[in-house]
Design a binder for this molecule. Structure first.
Ligand code: HPA
Length: 316
């Protein structure tokens, strides 16, 4: 081989190697995409996903570990803005995390101190009506548990079914009804988080309920109590559905909270839940329901709701 031929051969070899490396890179990226695609196509989230999300957050948080997870509903995320020494993490940056698209939901965690507790505040939750599975909607709960949180406060806005409730009332959730909408625990049990058949009799912790009653009394705030019924939405319920819910024992109807509470019961987190009665549920008044009504009610209840949640947080 003369010199010329030698260099031509070398160039060809280099090109071939570069092309090979590119193909390998594309294959690796493709494999990662496939894992994601499989997960988003409804495969169940394995323990490794929870672990990866928690490890990513732990890296961001240094030696901060949350005690209480707070999931704040429509227009109520402002409590997160009151956290001291805040560390913000967008859901979009966390591996395996889905992000919220609902109006009034920011889609980020705020880690910090509130009412003397180390908190992880979710500013924006994921709803099944956005297209997420129950499991995806509840995913953050398992992640927060791995970060150390063993208590949870959830808030939501809902339609009042019981006729002695009124828009603007705050209702402590004593129990829930979710008859037909599946479960965040469907699929292989993530045994590292909890048992196959978790008990739901104390899903809304009775001692936390007692704390809430005492805090409301101390603040001079009227506090209602009742049963929250999960409806998948996004359409509001029909009047007939609301009549059926009343017969079943529901006091308020909403489209959230229940996936997270089931996941919390599974992984041994104690939960306190509040509903803001944003409107009378469908068919109770002779008027249509609107999303704006819900956001306006949340805004109007900002002060008392914030005071009650902070007071409870200090004592749980
Ligand atoms: N139904 C369901 N979800 C709601 C309602 C309602 O009337 N109001 C606020 N969230």
């Amino acid at each position: 081989m003369d010199n010329m031929q030698f260099w031509k051969t070398m160039d060809a070899a280099r090109e071939w190697a570069a092309e090979g490396a590119q193909q390998l890179g594309r294959a690796a990226a493709g494999a990662a995409e496939t894992v994601r695609a499989n997960l988003s196509a409804g495969a169940h989230l394995p323990y490794g996903a929870y672990r990866a999300s928690a490890d990513f957050l732990r890296e961001k948080l240094g030696d901060f570990s949350p005690e209480v997870l707070m999931i704040l509903g429509s227009g109520l995320g402002f409590l997160g803005d009151e956290a001291e020494d805040p560390i913000f993490v967008d859901y979009a940056d966390i591996p395996y995390f889905k992000h919220s698209t609902a109006p009034g939901h920011k889609g980020r965690f705020v880690f910090g101190h509130l009412a003397g507790k180390r908190v992880a505040v979710m500013q924006g939750r994921l709803h099944t009506y956005e297209g997420y599975t129950m499991e995806e909607a509840a995913y953050a709960v398992g992640v927060a548990r791995l970060l150390g949180a063993d208590r949870m406060i959830v808030t939501n806005a809902a339609g009042a079914i019981r006729e002695d409730l009124a828009p603007g009332d705050i209702m402590m959730i004593r129990d829930h009804i979710k008859l037909f909408a599946g479960s965040p625990l469907t699929g292989p049990n993530v045994a590292e988080l909890g048992p196959r058949f978790p008990d739901m009799t104390r899903a809304y912790d009775p001692e936390f309920c007692a704390v809430a009653r005492a805090c409301a009394a101390e603040l001079g705030l009227p506090l209602q109590e009742g049963v929250y019924m999960f409806f998948p939405g996004p359409q509001f319920e029909t009047p007939a559905e609301i009549r059926a819910a009343r017969i079943l024992g529901a006091d308020a109807a909403g489209m959230s909270t229940v996936p997270e509470v089931i996941a919390a019961a599974h992984c041994g987190m104690r939960t306190l839940g509040f509903t803001l009665c944003a409107n009378m549920a469908a068919g109770i008044l002779d008027q249509p329901l609107s999303e704006q009504e819900v956001l306006d009610a949340a805004e109007a209840a900002r002060e008392p709701f914030s005071a009650l949640v902070r007071a409870c947080l200090a004592k749980i």
